[in-house]
Ligand binder design. Structure first.
Ligand code: NAP
Length: 281
């Protein structure tokens, strides 16, 4: 019988713990978010980050910009936030407007305030298993969800489908640090099915609906669906053919209610952990 990896319940527990700890602090963790794009999904994500952070007693502020924002103005803001001792975490919602240079902006965030863990210093530290100031939120949320269900990673074959800088690649580093044996697949991978069939833990992060079908999954595998695709009817779907794959997997994440809530919970954990480090706690 398959078990659902319930990200909503697990994330709620994490957030309740953070709320309780925050209630004992006189100065609160403070998250600054920059939104410089016109994308509807990004606006929803940013609102949700702001709402969650306020709901657990953090302080937050969102800088929303229209398309007239210049690279120079954004750089100036990042410098100000880096220097502001009240701010613990700085997050730039991606993507940025196309005229802005994302990499330059991410590189400017102080690694000690880089709450998304995308700064090259933190990515390098993650790759070297050398205590990054913060670990990218979606990979961290996935590993925390697996841990919450006591799923062993050491020695397991984890197959990650999708090689983005924000999910697939850092997830491979994190799983490697957890002693999993990791294979990374992408759109140019030949005979994907032959590879996914060997996975003890199969994680798909592509944004392609029904990419993972039941014939691609080993009996008893753990299946994690990172994909978020908004269908024309407004419903959200993932990469995995949930209804069929759930008959083969031992554990599976739903979409929505799986990885999504864990990503936000990890962002809050990161903000809290950066706060502690910056205050020498
Ligand atoms: P991305 O930057 O668009 O990368 C997609 C990756 O999937 C690429 O590496 C691409 O391969 C690969 N891919 C696409 N089609 C494929 C196919 N048919 N077979 C094998 N690989 C394929 O996406 P992302 O930012 O990582 O996001 C991936 C999905 O996760 C999206 O649906 C996104 O909305 C969702 N997401 C969810 C959360 C969450 O919290 N739940 C967080 C972040 C992202 P190539 O590199 O060869 O092009």
């Amino acid at each position: 019988m398959v078990q659902i990896l319930d990200g909503k319940i697990t994330a709620t527990k994490i957030l309740e713990g953070l709320k309780q700890k925050t209630s004992t602090l006189s100065k609160k963790p403070y998250l600054a978010v920059i939104l410089a794009n016109d994308d509807d999904s990004s606006k929803i994500y940013v609102n949700s980050k702001e709402k969650t952070s306020n709901s657990i007693g953090f302080k937050s502020c969102v800088y929303r910009f229209d398309k007239n924002i210049t690279q120079g103005e954004l750089i100036k803001l990042i410098h100000e936030l880096n220097q502001n001792p009240d701010i613990n975490g700085v997050l730039v919602q991606l993507p940025l407007y196309s005229h802005l240079d994302e990499n330059q902006i991410l590189n400017l965030i102080d690694p000690k305030k880089d709450v998304d863990g995308f700064n090259p210093i933190n990515i390098g530290k993650l790759n070297s298993n050398d205590n990054p100031y913060a670990v990218c939120c979606t990979p961290k949320g996935i590993v925390n969800l697996l841990r919450a269900y006591n799923i062993e990673l050491a020695g397991k074959h984890a197959v990650v489908v999708g090689r983005s800088n924000i999910v697939g690649k850092p997830l491979c580093s994190l799983l490697t640090n957890e002693d999993a044996t990791v294979t990374l697949a992408h759109s140019k991978t030949k005979n994907l099915k032959a590879i996914t069939k060997t996975a003890d833990i199969l994680i798909s992060a592509t944004g392609t609906t029904n990419l993972i079908t039941s014939d691609m999954v080993k009996k008893g595998a753990v299946v994690v669906d990172v994909g978020i695709v908004r269908m024309p009817n407004g419903k959200i779907k993932g990469d995995v053919d949930f209804e069929k794959v759930k008959n083969i997997a031992s554990f599976i994440t739903p979409v929505p209610g799986g990885v999504g809530p864990m990503t936000i919970a990890s962002l809050m954990e990161n903000t809290f952990e950066l706060y502690l480090k910056q205050n020498g706690i």
